[in-house]
Design a protein around this ligand. Structure first.
Ligand SMILES: Cc1ncc(COP(=O)(O)O)c(C=O)c1O
Length: 420
């Protein structure tokens, strides 16, 4: 089936906005995606018709509880969880990870070890680093391979010991775009008796997550990266989270997942979260899948990937002929399935921000900097205050947008070189 790009784009009102008559090209997607009208409508509807706190006996409180339950059920389908009780919803990935790391820390003792990667966003490094400082734990850094752009199994094996309590891994990098072999890495870590905490923030917009197949213990993602509202979701394996006692109010529920969800939830955003998951299901249904919501979501990713990957290759190919430009990630077309369509690069002698500012002025939205991939820029020897230029594709982008962006990159770099 051809990807229904016009139908898809028609669902996102932001894609029609212009500035001074110029259409916006959104390539800032790894930092946050646009939302379908249905997501905004669901948030508004919740605020306007079911706005109440939880736990009462009147109509709106009962309806609000349904919104909360629906969001947990939707995310269970989205991540392939065994139960909605395994879905913990909170402010964002970083807050949830700080929360879970503090909870896990209650069971760690001085001298215990944690492994973090040099490929991760700081949201999956700093919480563990600071926990280690507080508790006298040993933190070990797992580098990524600069040829494969992935964390290698042998490198992980070399760091594991009988003291390793936890391995924090990323699924896909927000800078290089490369995807780790999380299932294989998890198997190795689990054989050594460690818990595995996976950051799927950048993978979740581009591929079907299956937590049961991965075999990890925790997996976290952020809805605003997959066309939903600003919130984070943490999946935890039931037997693991049921044995944990988080910091919480004494009188609040001990049930799952409420035990981990502190205070009043973002109920209206949960309504938007369900709509974002249903957006994927609708895309899968339009592509011919008639089964469960989970199967429709799987189908949606199948067609979205088939649309995204050629765009990524077109972008990589178009950048490759610029002299002095280095792509920091997988460029081999044969390995396109081992990356998400996020492409970062540096250009000899040019500060990334100067390229990005000029392109932003042309209504092409993208980012420069380290983007919190703090360890990656340090491992690669890229000045952290400069970082990279990052172009991040989502499935609503078009080949014409990529061509326009490439034309702009070429022109802007030539212009900046002339000015030197
Ligand atoms: C890979 C990765 N992990 C974690 C985060 C942090 O997510 P949040 O803003 O939900 O805390 C980001 C944000 O860009 C990210 O790209």
């Amino acid at each position: 089936m051809d990807f229904p790009i016009e139908t898809v784009r028609g669902k996102f009102p932001a894609l029609d906005l212009t500035n001074k008559g110029r259409r916006r090209i959104y390539l800032d997607n790894p930092a946050g995606t646009q939302v379908p009208q249905a997501v905004a409508d669901a948030v508004a509807r919740c605020l306007l018709t079911t706005n109440a706190n939880l736990g009462g006996y009147f109509e709106t409180t009962i309806a609000a509880q349904q919104v909360v339950d629906d969001a947990h059920a939707a995310m269970a389908d989205f991540l392939g969880a065994a139960s909605h009780e395994e879905i913990i919803i909170g402010a964002n990935m970083t807050t949830l990870t700080y929360h879970m790391s503090r909870t896990l820390g209650r069971g760690f003792t001085p001298g215990d070890e944690i492994i973090v990667t040099r490929m991760d966003h700081e949201g999956n490094v700093s919480p563990w680093l600071q926990l280690a400082e507080d508790l006298g734990l040993v933190l070990r850094f797992l580098p990524f391979d600069e040829k494969s752009w992935q964390v290698e199994e042998t490198a992980l094996s070399a760091l594991l010991s009988d003291k390793t309590q936890l391995v924090a891994l990323n699924y896909a990098s927000n800078l290089t775009g490369s995807i780790n072999r999380v299932k294989a890495l998890t198997r190795i870590a689990k054989q050594a008796g460690a818990l595995v905490y996976v950051d799927a923030v950048q993978f979740a917009p581009h591929g079907l997550v299956d937590v049961q197949d991965l075999g990890c213990d925790f997996l976290v993602c952020s809805a605003y990266k997959f066309f939903g509202p600003h919130m984070g979701i943490l999946w935890g394996r039931r037997d693991v989270i049921d044995a944990l006692q988080p910091y919480k109010c004494r009188c609040s529920s001990n049930d799952l997942p409420e035990r981990f969800e502190l205070g009043t939830p973002q109920i209206e955003l949960m309504a938007g979260l369900t709509a974002a998951v249903d957006y994927f299901a609708d895309l899968g249904a339009a592509a011919g899948e008639g089964g469960s919501r989970r199967r429709k979501i799987a189908k949606a990713f199948e067609v979205a990937i088939a649309h995204e990957n050629p765009l990524a290759l077109r972008l990589i190919e178009g950048l490759s002929d610029i002299e002095g430009l280095t792509i920091r990630g997988i460029t081999d077309p044969e390995r396109v399935s081992e990356r998400v369509p996020t492409v970062s690069f540096t250009v000899d002698g040019i500060v990334p921000e100067t390229i990005v500012r000029q392109m932003n002025a042309e209504n092409i939205f993208l980012w420069s900097g380290h983007n919190y991939a703090w360890e990656i820029v340090h491992q690669l020897g890229i000045p952290a205050e400069q970082g990279v230029v990052r172009i991040g594709i989502a499935h609503y982008n078009t080949a014409a947008e990529i061509d326009e962006t490439l034309e702009s990159v070429h022109r802007v770099i030539a212009m900046l070189r002339q000015q030197r």
